[in-house]
Design a protein around this ligand. Structure first.
Ligand SMILES: *Cc1c(COP(=O)(O)O)cnc(C)c1O
Length: 389
């Protein structure tokens, strides 16, 4: 089936675009001598994990469920970071994760030795890490800034030093350090961050017992204008200087511009001269980042409001007045039954969607390089009911 026939609403992942991204990531990996993992919280379409596994080193998780998914479907290295782990889940986490990264010395103190023991039985070494907070903000989206004063994410240099001074054996448990501070950024932001990391944590990185440094995600490596050579140079410098293995764990860069959300116009209403398309896709339910971040999703064959002859406000069937995707213009006037294609919808879409208002979840499709689309999974009333009681 071709894209223009796929029943709506649907996420359609473009496998050729996905593989192009993966090829770029593999080139970077090889040139820099680092490892790259998929951050599953951004893109967990496990039907594509066998393809991803051909190019990347494994997956990283935000907790037990994603870690299980990576373990079951990806193979390769399996990492996890969570602000806190539960005592009842730590054994399973240790038995399926190669790197377990803690967010505080309290969590390390509580679980570190147990994790190490279980990992050692599996022959896994050097698997204990701590997230550090370099306190270096390089962007202005407050909700995506883990470096702001008061942040819960990562240990600051001051707290790190105080803890290790009081309990040196805590540092001895650590095999690696992790930071994640970027969001959709270029390598110049990484350069600035690495300067802060080295200033504040350089003496710890230098220790013989620290074997790896994980530089998190947010590296927009596959974006057309991203400076990949600078990234490669930065990684090589850090590897040489501190004798560490370097990990990157991008989410967006893996599936950037690799999917559509296909929707249909159900009705058109007009109020005070504003013409609104009622779509069978919703910002609130199917692309929540549009409201949360917020941003304006790219839409195929459209322009800014007023740029082309016919301008519409794009909205949905939910009750939320503010469930507005944006104002877009088109060359032709639209009518019920017309289809629209939101672009860059593989990332942070299907992992975040919900059935608010009993809205249908879009089916998940994949499209091959000949443009043929195959249904991967569809959802129905049972999926809505199944999450409620
Ligand atoms: C979100 C996140 C990532 C992936 O970020 P992208 O912006 O999708 O590249 C990686 N690591 C951690 C710890 C994260 O929280």
């Amino acid at each position: 089936m071709k894209l223009d026939k796929v029943p709506t609403p649907a996420y359609v992942v473009d496998e050729q675009a996905l593989e192009n991204n993966l090829r770029i990531l593999r080139e970077v990996k090889e040139a820099a001598g680092c490892k790259i993992l998929l951050a599953q919280k951004c893109f967990s379409m496990f039907a594509e994990y066998p393809l991803i596994a051909k190019y990347l080193d494994g997956a990283t998780a935000s907790g037990l469920y994603e870690a299980r998914l990576g373990h079951e479907e990806m193979g390769g290295e399996n990492h996890v970071f969570s602000p806190a782990y539960r005592p009842e889940e730590i054994e399973e986490i240790a038995s399926i994760c190669d790197h377990v990264i803690f967010n505080s010395f309290a969590q390390l103190r509580r679980f570190g030795a147990r994790v190490k023991e279980i990992q050692a039985k599996r022959g896994v070494q050097q698997g204990i890490g701590l997230r550090i907070n370099p306190e270096c903000s390089t962007q202005d989206h407050a909700i995506y800034d883990p470096c702001a004063p008061g942040s819960r994410l990562g240990v600051t240099a001051e707290d790190f030093e105080r803890a290790v001074e009081a309990e040196p054996e805590l540092f001895e448990q650590l095999d690696g350090l992790h930071f994640h501070t970027l969001c959709e950024q270029d390598s110049d932001a990484l350069a600035e961050t690495l300067k802060a990391v080295q200033e504040r944590f350089g003496r710890w990185l230098q220790a013989d017992s620290i074997h790896w440094l994980n530089m998190g995600g947010g590296h927009h490596i596959t974006r057309k204008d991203y400076d990949r050579q600078l990234l490669i140079d930065l990684i090589r410098t850090v590897k040489d200087k501190y004798a560490v293995e370097v990990y990157l764990e991008p989410g967006e860069a893996v599936a950037l511009n690799a999917g559509y959300l296909v929707t249909e116009v159900m009705d058109i209403v007009e109020n005070h001269g504003v013409r609104t398309l009622i779509l069978d896709a919703s910002a609130a339910c199917h692309m929540p980042d549009v409201l949360e971040m917020p941003y304006r999703p790219p839409l195929k064959d459209s322009g800014e409001a007023g740029e082309k002859a016919y301008t519409y406000r794009l909205s949905s069937c939910t009750c939320l007045a503010g469930d507005i995707i944006g104002d877009y213009s088109f060359d032709k006037s639209l009518a019920p039954g017309d289809r629209l294609y939101f672009e860059d919808m593989a990332i942070y879409s299907m992992v975040k969607n919900n059935t608010f208002n009993g809205m249908a979840l879009p089916a998940i499709w994949k499209m091959d390089d000949a443009g043929d689309c195959t249904l991967v999974k569809k959802f129905g009333y049972e999926d809505f009911k199944g999450r409620l009681s």
